[in-house]
Design a protein around this ligand. Structure first.
Ligand code: BGC
Length: 869
C-alpha cells in the first residue's frame, strides 16, 4: 500500500469560492471574483496560478505569476445571463511544486439585464384584505426533452413556491427586506427535477411580509410599500434542441385564491385552518376552492431587480424543549433552554376543528410567559386541525423571538418530538469560534453568537421579538467586527450597505435604520446622528479589513463621503459637531430608564469623536481605492477635527471635560489625544472603572471600546476586572441571571428575577455583545493585521485568572487559529497560519516575531502579574 504522501500532491486547493456567495446559482456578477484556499506544507509559497473555465469548452488562463488567491479577477469574457460554467484552479509554488486542479465549482449567472425579464407582477388584485395569505397558480405544459429549468422568483410581499405539489427550495421569507423602491432581490431555483412531461403546475404562496404588512414601531405601520401584494416570477424551461419556453407571471393563465392561512404577520403571528387545506392546489387538475383569475398589479421596473449577494434565510437548527410543564388540561409550558428566533413545528393528531394556540416569550414571570416586552407584537400562532390522522404544521410567514412557548388546546398528552423549535436566520457560513477556561465567559460568547443568529435575518436588526426589528445602523456599526469574525456575513452586509446608500438623503443623512420606515417624531424624518450614521464609513471599512474586499469600499465610497461631508458642514469651521439631536452614548446605565439619551457623557463629545473617527477612516478608504487627493484632504480634515476635539473636550493637562469611561475610551481608541496624554487617560479610565466597582458605566458608544482602550494603555488587568465582574450592570451579570443571548439593557432581568418594567426590554440585542471582538483579539489574541487576514496578528494578553483560551477563524486564506495555556508563569502558545498568509506573534514581554504558514509552537515566561509591570 502506498503512503498518503505518495498518492497526494503536497499542495492542494482546498476550496474555490465565488464573490461572497455560499451557493453561486443565479448570481448577479457578470465577472465574479474567485477566492481559493490552499493547503500546503510549511514554507510553501504560491508563485502562480492557473484558472480554467469550462463554458462548454475548456479554456485556461495559462500560468499567471503571483501570490494572489483572494478575490482574484474573473478570467476572460464576462458571463452572459443564465450562463453556467465550471471553474477550477491550480496553483504552483515558488519551489516549482504544482497542485492538481481543484474540484470544479459550478457558477451560474442570473438574469443580468432588465431585458431578460418578461414577467410582470401578478396578484390577487386591488382591494384584497390585509394579512391573509394568497395562493396563485399557473398550469403549463412541459415537453419531454427539458434539460434544465430555472425559476426566478420574487414578490411584493413574501413568497414560497411549489411545483406539482413539491416545495421549491427551503428559503424562508424570500425575497427578504431591501429598500424595495430601489432594489428588490430575486432568487434563482433549479427546479429541473420537479417537472414532468405533460401538465404541470407552478404554485406560489404569497403573504404581506414587509411590503404590505405591519412593520416598525407601535404595532407597526401597514402598506409602507404598497397596498397590493404580487408575485413576479419567470420559469424557464430549456430544451435539448436549444429552445426555451418561458412561463412568466403576467396576465395569462394565472389564478388566485385565499389560502387557509387567514392571517400571517411578523408581529401578530399566523393562523391556519387545516380544514380548508387542499393539497392539490399546486397539482395539475382543477383545484377546489374559490379560484378566480389573478390580476396584473402595479408594474415593476425590471432594472430594480437584483440577485442576492448573501445567502437566504433558512432553518439552520431544530431545538427540542428541555422541559415540558403541564399547566392545565391541554396547556403546556415549554422551555427550549435557549432564547432563539424561529417558529414552532407541530406534530399533532386530534379531532377535526381542534384549535391549538402557540404563544411565545423570551422570559417567564411568576412561572408564566412574560409577553409585555413584545409590546405590539402578540406573537400568537393558531392552528385548527383537519382531523383524521397525524398532521404537521409550521407557520411560514412569521418569526418569533422566544425561549418559552405556551401551547394550549393540545389534544391529549404532549409526546417528545411533538413541538420542535426551528431556528431561522440568514444561512451564513460559521467562520469564528472562541472558548476559554472561564465557563461564564465562554457562555457569554455563545450568547453573542445566538444574538447574531437571531438578528441576521436578511438584514441586521436590533431585535427579533417586539414591534421594531429594524436595521438600526448604530447597532451593526458597533457589532460588525464581531459579526465578521463569527460568520461570513460579507455578502449580506454588502447588500444592506447598498440599501443604506440608496436611502441616504440627498444631503448625506443616513437614516437611523435601513430600510427606512416611518417612525415617531424622533425618527421621522431622519436626522443625522453620530454612531448610527457612521455606519456609512465604518462598516464598509470593517468588511474590507475582515474579508479583504476592497470593492466594498469602492461601491460605498460616495455614500461614505456624503456622510462625512454632511457632518463637516454641520460642524462648521470649528470642526466640533455640537449642534442638534444626538443619541450619544445611548442606554448609558446611569440614564433614567425613560430617557436613554440622557447619558453622563456629553453627546456632542461622542459626535465629534465619531466625526474624527469616520473622517480618518474615510482618508484611509480614499487611499485604498486609489484617490490620493481625497486621502490627503480627508486626512488633513481628520487632523483638524482631532485638534478641535482636544481644544473643546480635553484640558491643557489632559483631563477630559466629561470625566466618564465613554469619553476616555473614545479618546484613546480613536487616537484623539496628544501622545503624552494617552497613558494618563488610560490610568484615569482604569480608575473610573475601578471606582464603579468594575461594573459597566457606558452605553452603546462606550461599551464596545472600554476593554480595548484599557488594553491599549497598559491597563489589561482592569480590562479583565471589567469583563469578569458579575454584578449589575455587567456582561456576566446577564450570564449569571441565566441569559442565553445578549440583552438590550443590562437589567432587562432585575436581580430579583423579575422582568424590567420598561418598554425597551429586549432579551436579544447584539450591540452590547460587541465586546466579543475584544475576546477574539485580546483574550485569545487573534486579529487581522492586513485586510483579509493576509497578515495575522497573534497577540494574546492573558489575565483575569484564565488558564487557557482559543480562537479560530476561517479567513479567506484558510483557517487561522490560536490556543494558549498559561500555567506556573509559562505561556505555551500554538498558532496556525494558512498558506498565503503570514503572521506576527507578539507575546507578553517578548519582541515580536514574524512567522510563515503552518503550525507554530511558542513559549514565553509570563509571570502572573506580567501586565502590572
Ligand atoms: C433600538 C436600538 C436602536 C435604538 C436607537 C432602539 O429602540 O432597539 O437598538 O439603536 O433604538 O435609539
Amino acid at each position: 500500500m502506498r503512503s498518503r504522501a505518495e498518492t497526494e500532491p503536497a499542495v492542494r486547493v482546498d476550496r474555490l469560492t465565488v464573490e461572497h456567495h455560499r451557493e453561486p446559482l443565479g448570481i448577479g456578477e457578470a465577472a465574479p471574483r474567485l477566492t481559493w484556499a490552499t493547503v500546503a506544507g510549511a514554507g510553501w509559497t504560491q508563485g502562480g496560478y492557473e484558472i480554467a473555465v469550462d463554458r462548454g469548452g475548456r479554456t485556461t488562463t495559462g500560468w499567471v505569476e503571483g501570490g494572489d488567491s483572494v478575490l482574484v479577477a474573473w478570467p476572460g469574457a464576462p458571463l452572459r445571463s443564465r450562463e453556467r460554467v465550471e471553474v477550477s484552479v491550480r496553483v504552483r509554488g515558488k519551489d516549482g511544486s504544482t497542485s492538481d486542479w481543484s474540484a470544479p465549482t459550478a457558477v451560474e449567472a442570473g438574469l443580468l439585464s432588465p431585458e431578460d425579464w418578461t414577467a410582470v407582477p401578478v396578484g390577487p388584485g386591488p382591494g384584497t384584505p390585509p394579512d391573509g395569505v394568497w395562493l396563485l397558480r399557473r398550469e403549463f405544459d412541459v415537453r419531454d426533452d427539458v434539460v434544465a429549468a430555472r425559476l426566478y422568483l420574487t414578490a411584493h410581499g413574501v413568497a414560497e413556491a411549489e411545483v406539482n405539489g413539491a416545495a421549491v427550495g427551503e428559503d424562508v421569507l424570500a425575497p427578504g427586506w431591501t429598500s424595495y423602491a430601489h432594489r428588490l432581490q430575486y432568487a434563482t431555483h433549479d427546479v429541473t427535477a420537479l417537472l414532468r412531461p405533460g401538465a404541470n403546475v407552478l404554485g406560489i404562496r404569497l403573504a404581506d411580509g414587509w411590503y404590505r404588512g405591519l412593520v416598525g414601531f407601535d404595532g407597526g405601520t401597514r402598506e409602507v410599500y404598497g397596498d397590493r401584494v404580487a408575485v413576479l416570477c419567470q420559469l424557464e424551461l430549456h430544451h435539448a434542441d436549444g429552445t426555451t419556453a418561458v412561463v412568466a407571471s403576467g396576465p395569462d393563465g394565472w389564478s388566485a385564491a385565499p389560502a387557509p392561512t387567514s392571517s400571517a404577520s411578523f408581529y401578530a403571528g399566523e393562523r391556519h385552518d387545516a380544514r380548508s387545506d387542499d393539497r392539490s392546489w399546486s397539482a395539475p387538475g382543477t383545484p377546489t376552492g374559490s379560484w378566480r383569475p389573478a390580476r396584473d398589479v402595479s408594474p415593476r421596473d425590471p432594472g430594480t431587480l437584483v440577485a442576492p449577494e448573501g445567502p437566504p434565510v433558512r432553518c439552520t437548527q431544530e431545538v427540542e424543549p428541555v422541559s415540558v410543564t403541564p399547566l392545565e388540561p391541554g396547556t403546556f409550558l415549554l422551555d427550549f433552554g435557549q432564547n432563539l428566533v424561529g417558529r414552532l413545528r407541530l406534530r399533532v393528531q386530534g379531532p377535526r376543528g381542534t384549535l391549538v394556540r402557540l404563544r411565545h416569550a423570551e422570559v417567564l414571570q411568576d412561572g408564566r410567559l412574560c409577553t409585555r416586552p413584545l409590546r405590539g407584537a402578540p406573537s400568537v400562532d393558531e392552528y385548527v386541525l383537519a382531523g383524521g390522522g397525524p398532521e404537521e404544521w409550521e407557520p411560514r410567514f412569521t418569526l418569533h423571538g422566544f425561549r418559552y412557548a405556551e401551547v394550549s388546546g393540545w389534544p391529549g398528552g404532549l409526546a417528545p418530538g411533538a413541538v420542535t423549535a426551528r431556528v431561522q436566520h440568514t444561512d451564513m457560513e460559521r467562520t469564528g469560534w472562541f472558548e476559554c477556561s472561564d465557563p461564564l465567559v465562554t457562555r457569554l460568547h455563545e450568547n453573542v453568537v445566538w444574538s447574531m443568529r437571531g438578528n441576521f435575518v436578511h438584514l441586521p436588526t436590533d431585535c427579533p421579538q417586539r414591534d421594531e426589528r429594524l436595521g438600526w445602523t448604530g447597532d451593526i456599526q458597533v457589532f460588525a467586527p464581531t459579526a465578521a469574525f463569527l460568520y461570513d456575513c460579507t455578502g449580506m452586509l454588502r447588500s444592506w450597505l447598498r440599501d443604506l446608500a440608496a436611502e441616504q438623503l440627498p444631503d448625506g443623512t443616513v437614516p437611523w435604520y435601513v430600510p427606512y420606515v416611518p417612525g415617531g417624531p424622533i425618527w421621522s424624518p431622519p436626522r443625522p446622528g453620530a454612531v448610527w450614521g457612521d455606519a456609512a464609513v465604518l462598516t464598509p471599512w470593517d468588511l474590507f479589513e475582515r474579508a479583504g474586499d476592497r470593492q466594498v469600499l469602492v461601491d460605498q465610497y460616495d455614500s461614505a463621503c456624503a456622510w462625512v461631508d454632511l457632518v463637516t458642514r454641520l460642524a462648521g469651521p470649528g470642526r466640533v459637531w455640537d449642534q442638534g439631536f444626538q443619541l450619544g452614548d445611548w442606554l448609558d446605565p446611569a440614564a433614567p430608564p425613560e430617557d436613554p439619551t440622557a447619558s453622563v457623557t456629553d453627546p456632542h463629545l461622542v459626535a465629534t469623536a465619531y466625526f474624527a473617527r469616520s473622517t480618518d477612516h474615510l482618508a484611509r478608504t480614499a487611499e485604498a481605492v486609489g484617490r490620493p487627493e481625497d486621502a490627503a484632504r480627508y486626512g488633513a480634515l481628520a487632523a483638524e477635527v482631532r485638534a478641535a476635539f482636544r481644544s473643546r473636550y480635553v484640558t491643557a493637562e489632559g483631563r477630559m471635560t466629561s470625566d466618564t469611561q465613554t469619553a476616555h475610551a473614545l479618546a484613546i481608541c480613536f487616537d484623539l489625544l496628544l501622545p503624552e496624554h494617552r497613558e494618563p487617560a488610560g490610568t484615569r479610565l482604569a480608575h473610573l472603572v475601578r471606582s464603579s466597582g468594575n461594573r459597566i458605566a457606558t452605553g452603546f458608544a462606550g461599551t464596545p471600546l472600554v476593554t480595548e482602550a484599557l488594553t491599549r494603555t497598559g491597563q489589561v488587568p482592569t480590562a479583565y476586572d471589567l469583563l469578569l465582574c458579575a454584578e449589575l450592570p455587567s456582561w456576566l451579570y446577564t450570564v449569571r441571571q441565566g441569559g442565553t443571548t445578549i440583552w438590550e439593557r443590562w437589567d432587562s432581568l432585575l436581580p430579583d428575577g423579575s422582568v424590567n418594567p420598561g418598554d425597551m426590554t429586549s432579551f436579544n440585542h447584539y450591540a452590547l455583545g460587541a465586546v466579543a471582538d475584544w475576546l477574539h483579539r485580546t483574550v485569545a489574541g487573534l486579529a487581522p493585521a492586513e485586510p483579509g487576514y493576509r497578515r495575522v496578528l497573534f497577540q494574546p494578553q492573558p489575565g483575569g485568572g484564565l488558564t487557557w483560551a482559543r480562537a479560530r477563524h476561517r479567513s479567506p486564506y484558510g483557517e487561522v487559529a490560536i490556543e494558549w495555556h498559561w500555567t506556573d508563569g509559562r505561556l505555551d502558545v500554538e498558532v496556525e497560519v494558512p498558506t498565503g498568509a503570514t503572521g506576527t506573534v507578539q507575546l507578553p514581554l517578548q519582541a515580536p516575531r514574524e512567522i510563515g504558514p503552518g503550525r507554530h509552537r511558542l513559549t514565553a515566561d509570563v509571570p502572573p502579574d506580567w501586565a502590572d509591570r
